[in-house]
Design a protein around this ligand. Structure first.
Ligand SMILES: Cc1ncc(COP(=O)(O)O)c(C=O)c1O
Length: 377
C-alpha cells in the first residue's frame, strides 16, 4: 500500500503552516522599515545564534559556502597551502580550498560516523614531508565536516591540529543544533561555518549561512571581508573581500524558524530513534558516537543492496536520496590532484552503499510505519 499522504523527503510546508503568523509579522516588519541590507534583524539573528551556540561572535553571510570561504580568506590561505579535509562531503568543503589556489589534501573517514578519521589525519600529518603529493606544500589547516548532522571527533582532531600549528574550521553546514560533549556544533573548533540552505535543519527560504567564533579580532576581519574588505568608512577598502551579506528578509525568516527549532530537533530525534529500532536488522542504521547527538540533517543507512531497496521504496512512493554517490577525490573537478580509485577505501565503499530516508520533524507515525513496513515486506 502506498502511504496515505504524498510523502515528502523533507516537508517544509507543514512547518510553514505552523510559523505562518509569526513569519508574516516578521516579513511585514522588514517591508515596513525597508532596511533590506543589514537591517536590524541581522543583528538580532546574530545575537540569538551566538547565545544558542555559546560563542562570542556570529557573522551571518550569504551561504554556507561563503561561511567556509571567508575564514580561509581571513587567514590568507592560498597557493602552496595544504588543507586537510574529507573526500566524503558536499563539494563546497573542498571547493573553497581550491578556489583560493590552496590544495585540498583528502583524509579518509571513519566507517561508522562517516566523519574525518583522526587516526588517518595523524598518519597524513606524520608522512606529510615524505609524500610526493604533499612534500612541496605547507600544512595550514583542517576542515572536518559534521556529516549528516553528527559532529566530527574534535577531542582528537583539535589537539592534533594544535600540535602541528594548523587552524581548524568546523564545517557544521549540516549540524546546527547537534552537540558534542555537551557543546553545540558551531562551537567545536576555533571557527565554524553553517548553512541555512532551505533543506538544512535550520533553513531559510533561500541561501544563507553563518560563521561562529570566540575570536573577536577575527570576527572584525570577517565582517570587513563580508562587505568587500570595507574599512572604517563605507568607501574605504582595506582588503579584498566578497559581497557576502545575508539578506534582512532571510534573517527575519530564520528568526521565525528559530523559535520552534528545539521542538523540531526533538521530533527529529524521535523519528531517528523509531527508524533505528525498526531497521537495524535489515540495513546498517546510523551510529551516534558516545557524547554526541546528531541533528539528523539526513538519516542515512548502508546496504550492499542499495539499488534494490531504493527501487522497492520508490515503487511504494517513498523518496530516497544518495549523499554522496561519488567521493570528491574521484570527481572531475579534483582530477588534477591525481587521486585514484582505492585511495580512500572507506569513503568509496560508503558512497556505494549509502542512502537516505525521508527525515523531517513532521514525518507522521503512520507514514513512518509504512516506510518501515516496506523494508520488512
Ligand atoms: C557539508 C556541507 N558543506 C557546505 C555546504 C554549503 O552550504 P551552502 O549550500 O549554503 O552554500 C553544504 C550545503 O549544502 C554542506 O552540506
Amino acid at each position: 500500500m502506498v502511504p496515505s499522504t504524498k510523502l515528502a523527503f523533507i516537508d517544509l510546508q507543514t512547518q510553514q503552516k505552523l510559523i505562518y503568523p509569526n513569519l508574516m509579522a516578521r516579513l511585514a516588519q522588514v517591508l515596513s522599515h525597508g532596511q533590506y541590507i543589514m537591517g536590524p534583524e541581522i543583528k538580532e539573528l546574530e545575537e540569538r545564534l551566538a547565545a544558542y551556540v555559546g560563542v562570542k561572535e556570529v557573522i551571518t553571510c550569504s551561504s554556507g559556502t561563503d561561511a567556509l570561504l571567508m575564514p580561509l580568506l581571513a587567514w590568507g590561505v592560498g597557493p602552496g597551502d595544504a588543507v586537510f579535509t574529507t573526500p566524503f562531503t558536499f563539494i563546497a568543503t573542498a571547493e573553497v580550498i581550491q578556489l583560493l589556489g590552496a590544495t585540498p589534501v583528502f583524509v579518509d573517514i571513519e566507517p561508522r560516523t562517516f566523519n574525518l578519521d583522526p587516526e588517518a589525519l595523524a598518519k597524513a600529518l606524520a608522512t606529510f614531508g615524505d609524500n610526493p603529493r604533499t612534500a612541496s606544500l605547507r600544512p595550514r589547516g583542517v576542515m572536518p565536516v559534521d556529516l549528516f548532522g553528527q559532529p566530527a571527533d574534535y577531542e582528537r582532531i583539535n589537539p592534533l591540529a594544535q600540535q602541528h600549528g594548523l587552524f581548524v574550521l568546523e564545517d557544521a553546514a549540516q549540524a546546527f543544533g547537534a552537540t558534542y560533549q555537551g557543546r553545540k556544533a558551531g562551537a567545536l573548533a576555533e571557527v565554524a561555518a553553517t548553512s541555512f540552505f532551505p533543506a538544512k535543519p535550520l533553513g531559510g527560504y533561500g541561501d544563507g549561512g553563518a560563521i561562529f567564533t570566540d575570536n573577536v579580532e577575527l570576527a572584525q576581519v570577517l565582517r570587513s571581508i563580508r562587505v568587500h574588505g570595507q574599512g572604517s568608512q563605507k568607501y574605504e577598502n582595506v582588503r579584498i573581500g566578497v559581497n557576502g551579506r545575508l539578506d534582512t528578509l532571510q534573517a527575519a525568516i530564520l528568526l521565525a524558524k528559530l523559535d520552534i527549532f528545539d521542538r523540531e530537533n526533538k521530533a527529529r530525534q524521535e523519528v531517528a530513534q523509531r527508524y533505528s529500532e525498526a531497521l537495524a536488522e535489515v540495513v546498517e542504521v546510523p551510529y551516534v558516537a558516545p557524547g554526541c547527538t546528531s541533528v539528523w540533517a539526513q538519516y542515512s543507512v548502508l546496504s550492499p543492496d542499495r539499488a534494490a531497496w531504493r527501487q522497492r521504496l520508490a515503487d511504494a512512493g517513498v523518496p530516497t536520496a544518495v549523499y554522496y554517490p561519488r567521493p570528491l577525490h574521484l570527481q572531475t573537478a579534483f582530477a588534477h590532484l591525481g587521486y585514484q580509485a582505492g585511495d580512500f577505501p572507506v569513503s568509496e565503499r560508503v558512497s556505494q552503499e549509502i542512502f537516505s530516508l525521508p527525515m523531517h520533524p513532521y514525518l507522521s507515525r503512520t507514514d513512518q510505519e509504512e516506510i518501515i513496513r516496506i523494508f520488512h515486506g
